[in-house]
Design a protein around this ligand. Structure first.
Ligand code: AMP
Ligand code: GLY
Length: 424
């Protein structure tokens, strides 16, 4: 089979490596991919949001199956357009991708169908939003409606700070049209868990749980980033909590989307907070998380392509999805300065015999076959071991064998999870 994977980060590299395990895969094209995946896929210089060019490429190259990984092309209707020309896809159509594309939509969906989430109000008018803020207490959370590169969420510690967030989103439009509508919601507390699930709209099969580390610096300090590392499984996510989430959140969400005429097919991401009042949804994503995918897929024992094909043709069955009992830890190596200003263009070297997966997120070709850094998050080093403790120490041993100038990584990925395990 000839496959096409849309996207170009560490998540896509992990997906491509896993898809390559299936012997019927002859070729994988990555659009655009990055130079760090050139041994695993042929990279084609077409941007993930350039849907007409993607469709044209698929037609000309007789693509058998497409995986659309990032949020933007999903929300923009990449799957809709590929489906129109008869190419089966893994990923939701634009009607279903709205579950991530609009926070107002997802909050209203949860309210309508009784799915636990933070209480909230939505606003499309600045004065009404400001007046509402005079009636509540801080901390309070202000969210831009649309996709905002993961930056559209402000946790305001004071009401003045919340008002500033409203000004910047609604008046100054720092997130563009994403901020014309906003959500103001209750501040929740508790451990966070990411659960990705395969669903074909009839059956939903959760993957192993994980924990992201979003802040740039050790001790969860510094700015929010796309994610500086992950561990799986998440020790806070017990079997009892998993059963409760399945019954009160996952299945009701799948059913709610069907009832709205927005059948969701693909990977549905549940960002959960385990609050003192039970698990609640913080956010939905319409796709695999990054870097969650970099710990979840290495633990998947089953064939990823078979699962994806079953999702596409609506024949998914729980027996197709089996995870190992091991643990995984991914340490993200970033360019010093990320998520703000940073320099790129440094050669990436990987020592022979690294006992880990190295998923490249941001690299370009250098001279003589070398690869150079080309982004904020450069790569993820994922180690798998029998226990979480061993996976964490192995990831930190192996990360030292991957080098580039100006590299920076957190030293405490998994620390909180290990403390939780020790307290059990
Ligand atoms: P996002 O950029 O949408 O992934 O959200 C960023 C982070 O903001 C989440 O991972 C949570 O840590 C935090 N967050 C979002 N909503 C809430 C909330 N209602 N209460 C507390 N924290 C929140
Ligand atoms: N790691 C969070 C996300 O993919 O949105």
């Amino acid at each position: 089979m000839k496959l096409m994977v849309i996207g170009g980060g560490g998540r896509e590299h992990a997906i491509i490596k896993k898809l390559n395990e299936n012997p019927s895969v002859e070729k994988i094209y990555a659009l655009p991919g990055n130079a760090g995946m050139k041994n695993d896929a042929e990279c084609i210089a077409i941007g993930a949001k350039d849907i007409p060019a993607i469709v044209d490429f698929a037609k000309k190259n007789s693509i058998d199956f497409a995986v659309v990984a990032p949020d933007d092309p999903l929300v923009l209707g990449c799957v809709d357009e590929l489906s129109k020309i008869g190419i089966p896809c893994f990923g939701p159509d634009s009607k279903a991708a709205i579950i991530e594309g609009s926070k107002v939509f997802s909050k209203d969906l949860m309210k309508k169908y009784g799915i636990p989430t933070a209480t909230y109000e939505t606003f499309s008018d600045e004065d009404t939003a400001l007046a509402y803020l005079d009636t509540v207490t801080a901390p309070i959370v202000v969210k831009a409606d649309g996709l905002a590169l993961g930056k559209g969420v402000i946790i305001a510690q004071t009401i003045d700070e919340a008002k500033e967030a409203v000004f910047s989103m609604m008046r100054d439009k720092v997130f563009g049209e994403s901020g014309s509508h906003i959500v103001i919601e209750e501040f929740l507390t508790g451990p966070e868990v990411s659960v990705l699930a395969f669903t074909d709209g009839k059956t939903l099969v959760p993957m192993v749980s994980s924990m992201d580390h979003k802040r740039a610096l050790d001790g969860d300090k510094g700015l929010n980033t796309g994610g500086m590392g992950t561990i799986a499984p998440n020790p806070y996510y017990t079997n009892d909590i998993a059963a409760e989430c399945m019954e009160k959140i996952f299945i009701p969400t799948m059913n709610a989307m069907n009832a709205e005429g927005r059948k969701f097919k693909g990977c549905l991401y549940f960002g959960l907070m385990l609050t003192p009042n039970g698990p609640k949804v913080i956010e939905y994503n319409c796709r695999f998380g990054d870097p969650e995918t970099q710990v979840v897929l290495p633990l998947l024992k089953s064939d990823l392509l078979n699962i994806m094909l079953a999702v596409a043709n609506e024949s998914l069955d729980a027996s197709m999805v089996e995870f190992s009992n091991e643990s995984a830890c991914c340490v993200v190596m970033a360019s010093n300065g990320y998520p703000q200003k940073y320099n790129t263009g440094f050669e990436i070297t990987i020592e022979d015999g690294v006992d880990a997966q190295v998923y490249i997120a941001g690299a370009k070709n250098g001279e003589n076959g070398s690869i150079l850094t080309a982004g904020g998050r450069v790569l993820g080093v994922t180690a798998v071991a029998d226990t979480l403790g061993n996976a964490v120490s192995k990831a930190y041993t192996e990360v030292k064998k991957v080098n580039f100038d100006n590299a920076f990584y957190r030293k405490d990925i998994g620390k909180r999870a290990l403390a939780a395990l020790a307290a059990e």
